[in-house]
Design a protein around this ligand. Structure first.
Ligand code: SF4
Ligand code: SF4
Length: 361
């Protein structure tokens, strides 16, 4: 049984999960948020009218990184340079700014709305000047970093720190000691920044995700999100040992749904996104991937990548990237309507229970 100090658990975990859900969980206090944000209004627009092309996308800031994680799609598991860009120079910062200015001057806001950009890499903070100068073009900016370089105090940015397990597993996969504590300190040193922890679930770290949830909630991270490792072509000579087969993924998703009931908005993904990742439906999402059809993804050379941020070799049938599932969760009208109906029933039941209790009192 899942134990939640100071909180009554509504509903218990399926019996097979009980042995996995054994840790003490204390959710972080809920944070105040504005009633309706500009992003909420945009989400309503996506729900009603679908995604405009290029509203979301990514820019690979650099082809360098100070780590070499064993599962990295960018370095394809190699110790050396990123194979796709080994022979290609990365675009200079000034050339990037010119490119963005040209794009802005020559495209309509319908074709390229400059709404959101995720700055990735490589390790984007190894070339922070590009983000410093380039983020002004977009309304929303996200930077995905490995957390080992001090975060600049940019309050307008959504920070994502990528994590691969609890301390021991994270440092084993990332092949460097001390970086888990360093990333925790980085978050604790910047309480005013909005930091989301992005945990990439693999066969090597599915068992310890609860410890990471506890660690990062205590460290003061604003949110946490989860992806599953996506196999990349013939990476590691076809060794897919990090890939979690879909049936095992389903079990982990059930655990995440249980944890979501405790952690609420600390888990930034809606329950619907977790459900869309389940094996009975995931292919419907990835076969119609909104990331691939609607988003931009520029490599460090400034050239549009196929098919998505992970490049042409990513295995769509086994994709665990959260983006297509999150985007589908915002636009799947039937499921959104079902969820709203269920919320309404829950609220009505709870209100009716309140009335009965008041009468009996
Ligand atoms: S920190 Fe990120 S970019 Fe660098 S090797 Fe690891 S996964 Fe790749
Ligand atoms: S790998 Fe995933 S995110 Fe990339 S195009 Fe395929 S389904 Fe979309």
């Amino acid at each position: 049984m899942l134990e939640t100090p100071g909180k009554t658990q509504s509903g218990s975990a399926p019996s097979g999960l009980r042995t996995l859900l054994t840790r003490q969980h204390t959710p972080p206090p809920a944070r105040k948020r504005s009633f309706v944000t500009a992003f909420d209004v945009a989400k309503l627009g996506f729900f009603l009218f679908g995604f405009p092309r290029n509203a979301f996308g990514s820019i690979d800031v650099t082809k360098d990184c100070n780590l070499r994680c064993s599962h990295c799609y960018f370095f394809e598991g190699s110790e050396g340079a990123a194979p796709a860009y080994e022979a290609t120079p990365q675009l200079a910062v000034e050339a990037w700014i010119e490119k963005l200015e040209h794009l802005k001057a020559t495209t309509s806001r319908v074709d390229f709305p400059f709404f959101q950009c995720t700055w990735v890499g490589g390790e984007p903070l190894m070339r922070r000047q590009l983000i410093e100068q380039g983020r002004r073009f977009f309304k929303y900016n996200t930077v995905v970093t490995n957390g080992t370089i001090p975060l600049p105090d940019w309050p307008d940015v959504s920070w994502y720190i990528s994590i691969d397990g609890d301390e021991a597993i994270h440092e084993e996969i990332r092949r460097k000691k001390g970086i888990y504590a360093k990333a925790i300190k980085n978050v604790a040193d910047h309480p005013a920044l909005s930091v989301t922890i992005a945990y990439c679930i693999t066969r090597a770290n599915a068992h310890c995700l609860e410890q990471a949830v506890i660690d990062w909630a205590a460290a003061g991270a604003r949110h946490m999100t989860f992806d599953f490792y996506t196999p990349i072509g013939d990476m590691c000579d076809g060794d897919d040992s990090l890939f979690l087969p879909l049936a095992e993924r389903d079990v982990v998703l059930d655990r995440l749904l249980e944890l979501k009931r405790i952690y609420g908005d600390f888990f930034v993904l809606p329950e619907r996104a977790f459900r869309l990742m389940k094996s009975d439906i995931s292919r419907q999402v990835t076969d119609n991937c909104l990331f691939s059809t609607k988003a931009f993804a520029f490599g460090p050379d400034g050239v549009q990548k196929e098919k998505c941020m992970m490049g042409p070799k990513a295995d769509c049938d086994r994709c665990g990237c959260v983006v297509p599932f999150y985007l589908a969760s915002l636009t799947d009208r039937r499921r959104i309507a079902q969820d709203l109906g269920q919320e309404f029933v829950r609220a009505a039941r709870s209100a009716a229970n309140g009335v009965v209790t008041a009468v009996l009192d």
